[in-house]
Design a protein around this ligand. Structure first.
Ligand code: PGA
Ligand code: MG
Length: 227
């Protein structure tokens, strides 16, 4: 039997990136001549990567977004966000302690995010966290991204893990839908980026602090998923 693996979402789960993502989104909206947004808007637009975030902001303003303009704005978003990593982004309280606990218990750790792989790796390197992860997989690592279950199962495979001994930890409906479609138990944090409470999407468990993510709790979820 392989080692258990804990797979984390990145934005809104491991790291609070909202101030920087919102800054880059507003920079992009300025450049397109659209109205700026706030944290409430951001929570509705985030979750499927920067391209979809821009598209949703335009849709909310009933503005047309031709493909060439979408491409131009997405490039500007990437340039602005990439130039400011890590910006004000910080891991949530208890994240590093939780990663230490799982590493010390011999569990594999990985990241499955709809951020680009390059930005995810740069962010985690700049925060001194990349060494924990056997794989860091972004929206462009495979030919599918969350909520496609294969984004998660391929991440597990790349990390050397076993999908029957895995737990996903995320902050959004996207993460919960992905894990459920892959048949993997999912812990939802309730402090991330979602416009509706994560409980509504029926994860296996909801936590409000990483202290609640114990090795025993993860092992119980894995055992229950194999009954
Ligand atoms: O960048 C996004 O839209 C979402 O990123 P996440 O998958 O790490 O939450
Ligand atoms: Mg997230």
């Amino acid at each position: 039997m392989g080692k258990p693996i804990i797979v984390f979402d990145l934005d809104g789960t491991l790291v609070d990136t909202a101030p920087d993502l919102l800054d880059s989104l507003n920079h992009t909206l300025d450049a397109g001549g659209a109205a700026r947004t706030d944290v409430t808007g951001f929570r509705q637009y985030v979750g499927h990567g920067g391209r979809v975030m821009i598209e949703r902001a335009y849709k909310a303003q009933s503005r047309d977004l031709p493909v060439a303009e979408h491409d131009r704005l997405f490039a500007l978003f990437l340039e602005h966000y990439g130039a400011n990593i890590p910006g004000q982004s910080k891991p949530y309280p208890g994240v590093v302690e939780a990663l230490d606990r799982f590493r010390d218990a011999g569990h594999l750790l990985a990241v499955c995010t709809n951020k680009t792989e390059d930005f995810s790796k740069r962010l985690l390197v700049s925060l001194g966290m990349s060494g924990y992860f056997a794989a860091i997989c972004g929206q462009d690592t495979f030919d599918v991204r969350k909520p496609h279950p294969r984004h998660l199962t391929e991440t597990i495979r790349l990390a050397g893990g076993d999908a029957s001994r895995a737990v996903m930890v995320g902050d959004s409906r996207t993460d919960i839908d992905t894990a459920k479609a892959a048949g993997i138990p999912v812990v939802a944090v309730d402090f991330g980026y979602t416009d509706r409470h994560v409980r509504e999407f029926e994860p296996s468990q909801v936590i409000s602090h990483f202290d609640e993510l114990t090795v025993a709790a993860a092992e119980r979820l894995i055992a229950a998923s194999n009954l």
